[in-house]
Write a protein that binds this ligand. Structure first.
Ligand code: PLP
Length: 366
């Protein structure tokens, strides 16, 4: 049996007509930049996220980058974040000229450990960028308390956690702004790159909208240097067709996770810890196992897709050597990088597939 890590063709087969109909509404009138599909998606995502405003972006990465640019964070500034994340979080901080300041993770949730943030704040700190990893939100109350005490912005990297909740509050709605990604493998995946920034701050929203279009307002007058961070309407149209299914898909992922959890109980497999404060959307289902690399190789040999998010924490990446970090600086992130692996959890998985995945792991671990 072949079980891929993700099978988007299974999803597409069910929604093909709706996607094509939406996309044709962009193609027929040739409204290929901006327009009603982008605005329609912004409205839907803002409302779904309990935010007043949303701005479509060209990717999740550009959403993070534009958030930093629009908050005027740059040279000489520091931004506190986690080293256990996808590269884009830290890359965007670096690209605006600011210094990423790392804080280790809580080994249970894999999210930034809020109790360590205060000690990392300096006179140069401008923002905290928590990441809601794997679909579960970071512990936002203590993060917001530190931010408020020091007058810091909070940019939520919610690329993996659209519609996820913390104490009933939606991802992206607690910080200064929140960034989503529509990379095809995310719970709400587009037909290409795309992203969005949600906020309740009207001024910031206005700035984000200008900055995504070269800092231009009015036409050909540039008060700021922005970029081309626009979301394609073809992608927005496809996303509008997918949006009505998002909650069902996330629910199916939670059911698949519960199924695995049951299979793995009383075994050497450590299943995901979900805080009672959170409802996760399981963008990834991540376990910790002994002899991880052997387990990964064994699954691959059995035609089962799996991946490691992420094998090298950001403080140990070659491009950041000038920050002067070494092995041992963030031990929980390093331990997680050496022990985690993600299993297929996409909504269309059958029970037979999940059984095969679980049994292949359990028989290997003995
Ligand atoms: C996917 C992802 C991003 C980047 O999103 P893109 O749309 O691929 O640019 C940023 N941060 C995290 C945590 C992600 O998972």
């Amino acid at each position: 049996m072949h079980v891929p890590l993700l099978d988007l063709t299974a999803q597409y087969a069910k929604i093909k007509e709706a996607v094509l109909a939406q996309v044709n509404e962009v193609l027929d009138p040739q409204r290929c930049i901006g327009g009603p599909k982008v605005e329609g998606l912004e409205k839907e995502i803002a409302s779904m996220s309990d935010c007043a405003f949303a701005a479509g972006m060209s990717s999740g990465t550009d959403a993070l980058l534009n958030s930093l640019m629009s908050l005027e964070i740059g040279d000489g500034d520091e931004v506190i974040t986690t080293p256990f994340t996808f590269f884009a979080t830290v890359g965007s901080i670096w690209r605006v000229g600011a210094k990423p300041v790392f804080v280790d993770i809580d080994p249970k949730t894999y999210n930034i450990d809020p109790s360590l943030i205060e000690a990392a704040v300096t006179a140069k700190t401008k923002a905290i960028m928590p990441v809601h990893l794997y679909g579960q939100m970071a512990d936002m109350d203590p993060i917001m308390a530190v931010a408020e005490a020091h007058g810091l912005a909070v940019i939520e990297d919610a690329a993996q956690s659209i519609t996820s909740t913390y104490k009933g509050r939606k991802a992206g709605s607690i910080g200064t702004c929140g960034c989503f990604s529509f990379f095809p493998s995310k719970n709400l995946g587009g037909i290409g790159d795309g992203g969005m920034i949600v906020t309740n701050d009207e001024k910031l929203h206005h700035r984000l909208m200008i900055m995504r279009n070269h800092g231009m307002e009015p036409k050909y007058y540039h008060k700021y240097v922005g970029g081309n961070f626009r979301l394609d309407p073809i992608n927005a149209a496809a996303l509008l067709a997918k949006l009505p299914h998002l909650n069902d898909w996330s629910g199916a992922r939670r059911q698949n996770a519960a199924y695995y959890n049951d299979k793995f109980k009383d075994s050497a497999v450590q299943t995901p810890y979900i805080s009672p404060d959170c409802e996760t959307i399981y963008n990834q289902y991540v376990i910790r196992v002994p002899r991880r690399d052997e387990v990964v190789a064994h699954l691959q040999a059995n035609n089962i897709g799996c991946d490691i998010y992420y094998p090298v924490p950001m403080h140990l990446q070659e491009c950041f050597v000038s920050l002067g970090h070494k092995k041992g600086d963030f031990p929980e992130s390093e331990k997680a990088a050496g022990a985690v692996m993600a299993l297929p959890v996409y909504p269309e998985l059958t029970d037979e597939m999940k059984d095969f995945v679980a049994e292949t792991i359990l028989s290997f671990l003995g």
